[in-house]
Design a protein around this ligand. Structure first.
Ligand code: CAA
Ligand code: NAD
Length: 286
């Protein structure tokens, strides 16, 4: 008899910075993977980024040309949720906005089977709230990857109030099957890593605004002084200023703690479209 609980096909919602990385590692681990984006240009842009990363990996002798080709062979993209109908697991990685996430899960729920497990890669939205908006709150969990997904080894696995032990174990084991190290994190905004990282990044912006130093000097200070791989402004541009701003707002709303309050400069940069690397201009120009 076929094992109904086995994950064979994975659907990834969103193929931006995170969705493309998540789709890549799923396909590399042998899962048939379908991404869904809002338009064809974004489908092609996301799949193109994956192909480029794999190509660079071959050039660096990190993977073979055969592994690159078989990974790309397991990947496909669409603008329609119908393409996700056969998926056993859905991983949502769209904009950090609760209404948009609820809406996309409701679209997917109309086409997938009742046993399909839903996960969100949200950084800060309440997992229990997203689960409650579906007809499968027992089969819903948080699965939080780190950027760049193919390189960073950690995945936080989050149990909502309604997540069953069985769903939790399947999602935890799935993260392990990608070659990642899963850790259990609480259903509180920011989970573990962002609970600590976001106040640090926000405090860097506040310190810059109050004249602490130049962007370059502050970045150099944290890389050379603390051994961080990136200084705070390089990392902010890398994560995305919009995403950081949305996360900070959600964390502030939940905790009512000034450490999570987005600084005025961050808000204005997002309003001006200076989103970091993805828009070509953030604290630095690219
Ligand atoms: N294919 C395969 N492997 C590759 C690769 C490719 N295309 N490109 C790079 N790699 C490998 C390299 O070979 C190298 O591995 P080894 O050490 O085993 O040789 C490793 O990846 C690092 O590559 P590089 O040496 O080229 O890159 P780097 O030293 O400049 O580091 C970085 C790049 C990993 C991004 C590093 O700058 C870093 O760790 N930055 C911080 C990232 C971070 O903090 N991420 C978390 C953000 S917060 C988040 O994600 C959560 C949220 O909710 C906001
Ligand atoms: P991004 O802006 O790079 O990509 C989001 C993508 O989602 C866009 O390409 C957009 O077109 C697409 N999208 C929007 N609505 C959609 C829909 N209904 N269906 C399909 N696609 C849709 O953002 P990102 O940095 O990849 O962040 C995505 C999620 O991952 C957010 O929840 C964020 O908090 C989380 N996250 C981000 C990071 C990071 O470092 N940026 C790390 C971990 C988790």
């Amino acid at each position: 008899m076929a094992d109904d609980t086995k994950i064979r096909g994975v659907g990834v919602l969103g193929c931006g910075l995170m969705g493309s990385g998540i789709a890549q590692v799923c396909a590399q681990a042998g899962y048939r993977t379908v991404v869904r984006e809002v338009d064809q240009a974004r489908v092609e842009g996301g799949l193109g980024r994956i192909e480029q990363f794999l190509e660079n990996g071959v050039a660096r002798k990190k993977l073979t040309a055969e592994a690159r080709d078989s990974t790309m062979g397991r990947l496909s993209g669409s603008t329609s949720v119908d393409a996700l109908a056969d998926c056993d697991l859905i991983i949502e990685a769209i904009v950090e906005n609760v209404d948009a996430k609820r809406a996309v899960f409701s679209e997917v729920e109309a086409v997938v089977g009742p046993d399909t497990v839903f996960c969100s890669n949200t950084s800060s939205v309440c997992i229990t709230e997203l689960a409650a908006a579906t007809r499968r709150p027992d089969k819903f969990a948080g699965l939080h990857f780190f950027s760049p997904v193919p390189i960073m080894n950690l995945v936080e696995v989050i149990r909502g109030l309604t997540t069953t032990d069985d769903t939790y174990r399947r999602v935890f084991d799935f993260a392990g099957s990608l070659g990642k190290q899963p850790v259990t994190a609480p259903d509180r905004p920011g989970f573990i890593v962002n609970r600590l990282l976001i106040p640090y990044l926000l405090s860097a912006v506040k310190a810059f605004e109050s004249g602490c130093g130049t962007l370059e000097d502050m970045d150099t200070a944290m890389t050379l002084g603390c051994g961080h791989p990136m200084g705070p402004f390089t990392l902010l541009d890398f994560v995305g200023l919009d995403t950081t701003y949305y996360i900070a707002n959600i964390m502030f709303e939940e905790f009512r703690d000034a450490a999570y309050a987005p600084p005025p400069l961050l808000k204005r940069m997002v309003l001006a479209g200076r989103l970091g690397r993805k828009s070509g201009h953030g604290f630095y120009q690219y």
